[in-house]
Design a binder for this molecule. Structure first.
Ligand code: GTP
Ligand code: NA
Ligand code: MG
Length: 280
């Protein structure tokens, strides 16, 4: 086989932290949308996947994760499909149980972390206290002579968001993230559900290759053919290159979050692989 041609791909950035520290608000501010208001009780209960284009034209993929204690599995998965973790810590509330848990998942996954000290607009904000408390969990930020980047932000006023994006892009550049877009796609399921009208729906993140409408696929123990794909704004797309999150229609059943999606050459091959996997 000819050697693969690798091309640079956008970083996949997971936003983690304690409940209500402002993860979804941060994503809203970066995307210019208002997801929080649409959430029941303002609580994130699933992993959202979004791609934004920065002022310089670079793409960054973000995964939103819930801070609620019940969602440990999702945070773990988030850390595992991710290149960079943004640890959001509210400057008024400080280090809390899910902050510590997110630090532990990130370290276990071996993923670089950027600390975003949020809600800096509040009177009670104490960023220095956050930095000091992080030391207790062996997260040493630059301001404390360490090598973990930190930035003070407000998802409410927008302060510090440009600096945060700069730090993400700088970290991504150091990592030289690459994938071959010119091959059959491999992707990871971020979340999946059964939609009454559309049938099984899976939000997947393309790891390598390009996923196309018409592709025959196996995902977990399910198989199917890509009937349509929607981007994070609900627009139909024909192809999804590496690091792009898309919602896939046309899978025979609902796969599980974390399942691997593989494109195969024929429906017969798809059936063989999925029945083999069902027997395991
Ligand atoms: P979960 O998904 O439930 O874990 O919460 P989250 O981390 O996504 O927090 P969310 O974005 O839902 O924000 C929680 C609350 O904090 C909301 O009322 C936001 O309006 C508020 N908030 C978020 N960021 C800021 C900020 O920078 N400043 C101020 N003052 N309030 C903020
Ligand atoms: Na919330
Ligand atoms: Mg949220």
């Amino acid at each position: 086989d000819a050697p693969e041609t690798l091309k640079s791909r956008p970083p996949v950035v997971a936003i983690m932290g304690h409940v209500d520290h402002g993860k979804t608000s941060l994503l809203d501010a970066l995307r210019g949308t208002d997801v929080v208001k649409g959430e029941a009780g303002g609580i994130t209960q699933h992993m959202g996947a979004y791609q934004i284009k920065t002022k310089g034209g670079d793409l960054v993929t973000f995964l939103d994760t819930p801070g609620h204690a019940a969602f440990t599995q999702m945070r773990m998965r988030g850390a595992n499909v991710t290149d960079i973790v943004i640890l959001v810590v509210a400057a008024d509330d400080g280090i809390m149980p899910q902050t510590i848990e997110a630090i532990n998942h990130t370290k276990a996954a071996g993923v670089p972390m950027i600390v975003a000290i949020n809600k800096i607009d509040k009177h009670e904000a104490n960023a220095q206290r956050v930095r000091e408390r992080l030391l207790e969990h062996e997260v040493v930020v630059e301001a404390m002579s360490g090598d973990v980047q930190d930035v003070e932000i407000s998802a409410k006023t927008g302060v510090g968001l440009d600096e945060l994006i700069e730090k993400i892009l700088l970290q991504a550049e150091l990592m030289e993230l690459k994938a071959n877009p010119d091959r059959e796609a491999e992707a990871t399921v971020i979340e999946a559900k059964l939609d009454k009208g559309k049938g099984p729906l899976a939000t997947v993140l393309v790891n390598r290759g390009t996923l196309k409408v018409g592709d025959i696929l196996v995902v977990g123990t399910e198989s199917g053919r890509v009937r349509a794909m929607l981007d994070d704004k609900g627009r139909q797309v024909k192809a999804a290159p590496p690091s792009m999150p898309v919602e896939v229609l046309g899978i025979g059943g609902v796969p599980m979050a974390g399942d691997k999606l593989t494109v195969v050459e024929s429906e017969q091959r798809a059936r063989e692989v999925s029945s083999y996997r069902q027997e395991q």
